[in-house]
Design a protein around this ligand. Structure first.
Ligand SMILES: NC(=O)c1ccc[n+]([C@@H]2O[C@H](COP(=O)([O-])OP(=O)(O)OC[C@H]3O[C@@H](n4cnc5c(N)ncnc54)[C@H](OP(=O)(O)O)[C@@H]3O)[C@@H](O)[C@H]2O)c1
Length: 346
């Protein structure tokens, strides 16, 4: 195989049983670039996503998507450009989005992928975050699941991450709402204040629980982390509060999830806790994009990205996310060095 014909991939090597991913979880594989057949396209991948949910895809359990199989390319949503097309709906250079995975090239049917257009003055990378699944998760979470209302006190955990940064700004921009944002470092708290959060709390501080209990009662809790923080929030609900069960990152690598003691407050406070998967709400994405784009125009919303460069960085970048090293949405850029204009833009 000549060097020009190589497709670097990261494949699942073995499942990390009940613990963090380790050096044996993935391995690098060099495959041949597959030429497109009838109705197929060849995509050069430019960005791949790094998401907490990837940890769940490695477990051989029933979930909202089947587990990634041993030897398969690691699943990841991605953005790329058409290099060759045998599908009349696509031409060379078109921007496309789908689950191309942790690999440099993808070949498959054009009918299974989505064309994307970046508006004048916009950034391609926003298809991975702001107008991608994380932006939509924040929007759907707050409005469809959380039924956000004027004047609500909204508490958001994991607030400086991909979903959290958007949710914090949407809630802060919403009429008379008060936002309490929780994250794991003082640098992140400073960032969250700039995004408009009214109160900020570091869950790693020794007096975090006391400070949490001093907060006024909660109308909406946007839960990205589960565990102890969820339990604290449950103890402090206003009547008819809504808990948005978006994620539980504190449990993804744990042997057992942290016990929840205060769930019965859902009964006494006549409150709801509802889980959701953003992919079930595609019918609302257009409305969501328009809503977010309006906030951007009013300078009430921006999206930040944590970018690493090169396919080989995917595994460590995923590990680092669990250690909270990211601020904003995490992506790996597979663009050639001179194409990485985001470095100077962000
Ligand atoms: N339901 C859906 O459809 C949907 C869609 C997308 C994402 N999600 C979920 O939403 C959550 C956020 O996803 P994201 O993509 O926005 O990730 P992210 O927030 O960008 O990254 C994860 C963050 O979690 C924090 N964290 C790690 N371990 C933690 C722990 N033990 N306790 C508290 N915080 C911890 C870290 O920040 P700190 O420095 O603050 O610790 C880290 O930066 C995840 O649980 C994810 O699974 C759900």
């Amino acid at each position: 195989m000549s060097e020009q014909n190589q497709n670097k991939q990261i494949v699942l090597n073995e499942r990390p049983n009940r613990g963090p991913i380790n050096d044996n979880t993935f391995k690098l594989k060099i495959d041949e670039i597959k030429q497109p057949g009838e109705g197929e396209v060849l995509v050069k991948v430019e960005y791949v996503s790094i998401d907490p949910t990837m940890r769940g895809w490695l477990n051989d359990v029933r979930s909202y998507l089947p587990p990634v199989q041993i030897g398969a390319v690691m699943r990841a949503t991605s953005l790329g450009r058409i290099l060759k097309s045998n599908d009349s709906n696509f031409k060379k250079g078109d921007l496309v989005f789908d689950t191309f995975g942790w690999q440099e090239y993808w070949t498959g049917p054009g009918s299974s992928i989505q064309k994307r257009v970046t508006p004048e003055g916009g950034r391609d990378i926003d298809h991975m975050g702001l107008y991608g699944l994380t932006g939509m998760t924040a929007y759907i979470g707050l409005f469809e699941i959380g039924q956000l209302k004027d004047g609500d006190h909204v508490v958001i955990s994991g607030a400086a991450g991909a979903v959290g940064q958007i949710a914090t700004q949407i809630a802060a921009a919403h009429s008379k709402c008060t936002v309490t944002a929780i994250a794991g470092s003082n640098e992140k708290l400073e960032y969250l204040k700039k995004l408009g959060a009214h109160n900020v709390l570091n869950y790693k501080d020794s007096d975090f629980k006391e400070k949490f209990r001093e907060l006024k009662q909660i109308d909406v809790y946007f839960d990205n982390v589960g565990g102890e923080i969820l339990d604290l929030a449950l103890a402090q609900l206003n009547p008819y509060a809504r808990i948005i069960a978006c994620g539980a990152i504190s449990a993804y690598n744990a042997e057992k999830p942290t016990p929840i003691y205060n769930y019965f407050n859902l009964i006494s406070m006549k409150s709801t806790m509802k889980g959701f998967i953003v992919l079930d709400h595609i019918d609302k994405f257009k409305e969501g994009s328009e809503y977010l784009s309006n906030l951007v125009k009013q300078n009430k919303l921006k999206a930040d990205y944590h970018i690493t460069y090169g396919l080989e960085t995917c595994v460590n970048t995923l590990k680092d996310m669990f250690d909270g090293k990211n601020l904003g949405k995490t992506v790996v850029s597979l663009k050639d060095e001179n194409e990485n204009e985001e470095k100077s833009k962000l």
